[in-house]
Design a protein around this ligand. Structure first.
Ligand SMILES: NC(=O)c1ccc[n+]([C@@H]2O[C@H](COP(=O)([O-])OP(=O)(O)OC[C@H]3O[C@@H](n4cnc5c(N)ncnc54)[C@H](OP(=O)(O)O)[C@@H]3O)[C@@H](O)[C@H]2O)c1
Length: 505
């Protein structure tokens, strides 16, 4: 069947200028420039009719040098092969300005923007993408406002601010940073990125749930036994010790990506597809998260870090031996936890969350396990495995639904079979990268896939309650697991004591 329903949002991307703060950095090179090029190359119908990209950073660089380094980055990291003509058109839109750290840098930025807009006939619709270290973010917001570079919300031409994770290192600092941003920008002008939300499968979660009546009617405590979310990385800390060690898995993965996935899988149907309605529905999940009881960081949460082991057939050293890790480090590279959502839909249903580095393979899955078959008919011996819906976020995006079927033959032999959808084989053409979608949404002004201020606050409140118990009770174990395993024994016990097992990606 070829019929499909298209809800297009392409029509409205208006002409604008994207200013990349920190344009010489890693994120700009690996993600932002390739994403902007792909938007340009893959369809005039979706990219804005006209736009410019202005790189803004500290180091001096000629415009031609910036274009050349952008070309190298796009050639290396773009999902589309570089096309000579498309690149030439795109490259002509690239400009560069140094002086991000200079006293008059933001006034120079204003002048350059005005010149650029006049030369290209662009309206002053401006997107400031802050791809700079987190500590530089509040100052950039302040200096933009001081330089008169922030339009009023609702003005004829828009100003939008894009902020990357992490927002804060704890609840207090997150509130402080968010407060600083909101001193100069209205919430409607702020786009907080969690790139997980730009992934195809994450968005498909909503389609799966709300466009198929079969699932939504089953979605809740009456039919679901439990839900598991696993985000596994096979990589270790690599060269990112300076960033990772002060953070750890709880801050780096749970506070943002995993709680976003939890909210999407558990939210009630939003009243509409409006960004506000969807964000409200997600926040209600966090509001209903059961607060961590005293002792909960020990009983309901497991933390661990990887020891030496084997990953992908190669020896991997222990976290403590990685380059740049301080000898006294007690940072966790693994967290498993059990949470409850105390609302009518999910009352009594456990949600198990697990994330770690140096696991056997990279993979993010959500598994919704349905209740056992009653102990009658085929299940008198209580051996039938329950139905399970597994959503694969990455890699091999898709989902599978496990049901039981009779194996052909004279006996009644029952075995689980998988109804499996693989995006790659079902749909032609590669999916856009998360950053392509997110950048386009900023241009359009659609907040649906961005993190709201309240979500930042509520997610940090939950994570902070764990951090507080960890720091008040240093005797709470920091377990060790072998690199190349799915975590410590203690994580297996966390779920096994409820009579369940982890499902690995
Ligand atoms: N890289 C990733 O995959 C990734 C993923 C998720 C989130 N993020 C977030 O994205 C942001 C950028 O990350 P990145 O990896 O691109 O960082 P990066 O490679 O260190 O680049 C930082 C950029 O910001 C500029 N910069 C450095 N220190 C600055 C300061 N004190 N004040 C103003 N500008 C400064 C640098 O300019 P000069 O080189 O000209 O000095 C450089 O262009 C960070 O907030 C990071 O947490 C990155």
């Amino acid at each position: 069947m070829n019929d499909f329903i298209q809800i297009s949002k392409a029509q409205a991307a208006p002409p604008c200028t994207v200013v990349i703060f920190g344009a010489s950095g890693d994120l700009a090179r690996r993600k932002l420039i390739p994403a902007l090029y792909n938007l340009h190359a893959c369809g005039q119908e979706i990219a804005p009719r006209d736009y410019a990209v202005l790189g803004f950073a500290r180091r001096a660089m000629a415009v031609e040098e910036f274009r050349e380094s952008a070309r190298e980055a796009a050639a290396r990291f773009s999902r589309l092969e570089l096309n000579h003509d498309r690149w030439r058109e795109f490259s002509a839109r690239l400009d560069y300005l140094a002086g991000l750290d200079q006293p008059d840098g933001f006034h120079k930025l204003k002048t350059r923007l005005e010149q650029l807009e006049a030369a290209r006939g662009l309206p002053p619709n401006r997107i400031y993408y802050l791809s700079v270290p987190p500590e530089a973010v509040p100052e950039c917001a302040e200096r933009l406002a001081e330089a008169g570079l922030v339009a009023r919300p609702g003005a004829a031409n828009f100003t939008r601010l894009v902020v990357e994770k992490p927002i804060g290192t704890d609840l207090e600092s997150a509130l402080k940073i968010d407060g600083a941003l909101r001193q100069y920008f209205d919430e409607s002008q702020i786009f907080r990125i969690d790139h997980y939300l730009g992934k195809e499968t994450v968005q498909n979660l909503m389609v799966l749930r709300f466009a198929n009546s079969i699932f939504e009617r089953m979605w809740g405590a009456r039919n679901v036994d439990h839900v598991q979310i696993t985000v596994a990385e096979s990589e270790g800390v690599g060269t990112r010790a300076m960033y990772y060690d002060p953070a750890g898995a709880l801050r780096d993965m749970v506070q943002n990506h995993m709680l976003q996935l939890l909210a999407l899988i558990a939210m009630d149907p939003p009243v509409s597809l409006d960004a506000d309605a969807i964000r409200d529905a997600k926040i209600n999940v966090l509001r209903a998260l059961r607060p961590l009881p005293p002792g909960g960081a020990n009983a309901l949460v497991v933390r661990a870090r990887y020891g030496a082991g084997m990953v992908d057939g190669e020896t991997a050293r222990a976290y403590a031996q990685e380059q740049g890790i301080p000898a006294a480090s007690r940072t966790e590279t693994f967290v498993a936890l059990k949470a409850y959502i105390d609302n009518w839909r999910w009352s009594g249903v456990p949600f198990y969350l697990r994330t770690g580095k140096r696991m056997p393979a990279r993979g993010s899955i959500i598994c919704v396990q349905f209740k056992d078959v009653p102990r009658i008919l085929f299940n008198r011996e209580r051996k039938l495995p329950p139905n399970a819906l597994t959503i694969r976020i990455q890699p091999d995006e898709g989902f599978s639904f496990e049901v039981l079927a009779k194996q052909p033959g004279l006996d009644i032999a029952i075995r689980p079979v998988r109804m499996n959808l693989r995006y790659e084989s079902e749909f032609s053409g590669p999916s856009p990268d998360a950053y392509e979608r997110l950048l386009l949404d900023v241009m359009i002004g659609d907040h649906t896939l961005f993190v709201s201020s309240t979500f930042v606050e509520k997610s940090w409140e939950f994570v902070q309650s764990i951090l507080d118990q960890w720091s008040a009770n240093p005797e709470i174990p920091l377990y060790e697991y072998a690199a190349g395993s799915y975590g410590p024994e203690a994580a297996e016990r966390l779920i096994a004591q409820d009579g369940r097992v982890w499902l690995n990606p």
